[in-house]
Design a protein around this ligand. Structure first.
Ligand code: ADP
Length: 351
């Protein structure tokens, strides 16, 4: 079965075309500048048409959808009611879900009759217990406005946790795994017996670890304090937390950890600090998740930093497991969210 996996963003569509169940990547690519001034690609429909011109005989499509709220706990075959529900999730994911939906609607038109599956970034975390996903806010904020921890990068955490079990030759339901997805966006997940029991990202991807340009956890009282002090409006404040903070904001140099490593090694104090804060926050979360699961058999690193930067991994793991009788295995596993989406699409369609 030939499966096209689509990751549709606001101005781009990334795609990978697989032959399943052989897990064989046939081709991949990216269409950019959708809807931008001066671009020939006026919308997602035109973008998808270009992609379909490069590949033949699509049997099914798997879509990455960022937010499934509490509605979607696993992948689903797309129909009108699913489209309606994904639309409803747009209010809590206004930056991502409309673009994901645009990809689905374009496929509906261009590939009429071809089955489509939606795979949600949040779905894997739907097993997190209520005491871990409810915030310390008035309870009505959860019941009335759906405000709770959702978590993201679910497809990646699930994929690498399963790969870890495969590498260790142990059934996943016998393992306690901590997965660290460290890319531009970073999150960490406690996977107990194959199920997510806690994760660092929250209602939005801003919570948790220090990331490329996102601040991660801060004192929430700082938001109003900074807005008052710097006279920022909501949009400017949002921008500060999401785009000007994290590694970029601390170092004043870059959000790219490779550049920061080089600068830190040549004595730049703020690059060193950014790197140290990054590693320290991850260590702290690992400690918390060992407690959450009463142990850990395996720690997995993935994402651009997790896969490629051994010095950062070393910084995070130095003496980390000294108090363990048997140290957990530390694995580096390249993530492959698209393959996971292709696998889930195949599984669902094959029934
Ligand atoms: P995204 O979250 O955008 O997918 P990536 O997973 O590509 O991001 O990770 C980007 C981060 O990984 C950057 O901080 C970059 O410096 C770091 N990195 C380190 N080595 C590499 C590499 N060989 N290729 C890509 N990114 C790398």
């Amino acid at each position: 079965m030939k499966i096209l996996v689509i990751n549709s963003g606001s101005s781009s569509i990334k795609y990978k075309f697989f032959d399943m169940p052989r897990n064989k990547l046939l081709t991949c690519g990216k269409i950019e500048h959708i809807g931008e001034e001066g671009s020939d690609i006026i919308n997602h429909y035109t973008g998808l048409k270009l992609i379909l011109g490069k590949i033949d005989s699509v049997d099914a499509v798997g879509h990455r959808v960022v937010h499934g709220a509490e509605t979607f706990k696993k992948p689903v075959i797309v129909d009108d009611s699913v489209i309606k529900k994904i639309k409803q999730c747009c209010s809590i994911a206004p930056l991502h879900n409309p673009a994901n939906l645009a990809g689905i609607l374009a496929c509906n038109k261009l590939l009429a009759g071809v089955k489509q599956v939606a795979v949600f970034d949040t779905a894997f975390h739907q097993t997190i217990p209520d005491y871990a996903y409810i915030y310390g806010l008035p309870y009505e904020f959860y019941t009335k406005f759906n405000i709770r921890k959702y978590g993201f990068h679910g497809t990646s955490h699930e994929y690498v946790a399963h790969e870890a079990a495969h590498i260790l030759k142990k059934p996943i339901d016998k393992l306690k795994v901590i997965t660290c997805h460290l890319g531009n966006g970073c999150s960490i997940c406690a996977v107990d017996k194959g199920k997510s029991v806690d994760t660092s990202m929250g209602f939005t991807p801003l919570e948790g670890l220090v990331m490329g340009t996102r601040c991660g956890d801060v004192d929430p009282a700082l938001i109003t304090h900074i807005m008052r002090k710097k006279r920022l409006d909501m949009h400017e404040m949002d921008n500060l937390l999401n785009k000007a903070s994290g590694l970029k904001g601390i170092s004043g140099i870059s959000n790219d950890m490779r550049i920061l490593e080089t600068k830190a090694n040549s004595g730049d104090m703020r690059a060193r600090l950014a790197r140290d804060i990054f590693a320290y926050r991850i260590r702290k979360y690992i400690g918390a998740y060992i407690t959450v699961m009463s142990g850990c058999d395996c720690l997995v690193f993935t994402g651009g930093i997790g896969e490629n930067q051994a010095t950062i991994r070393k910084k995070i793991t130095k003496n980390l497991f000294n108090h363990f009788r048997k140290s957990p295995k530390i694995l580096v596993i390249p993530t492959n969210e698209e393959l996971m989406i292709a696998k889930q699409t195949f599984k669902l369609i094959k029934g």
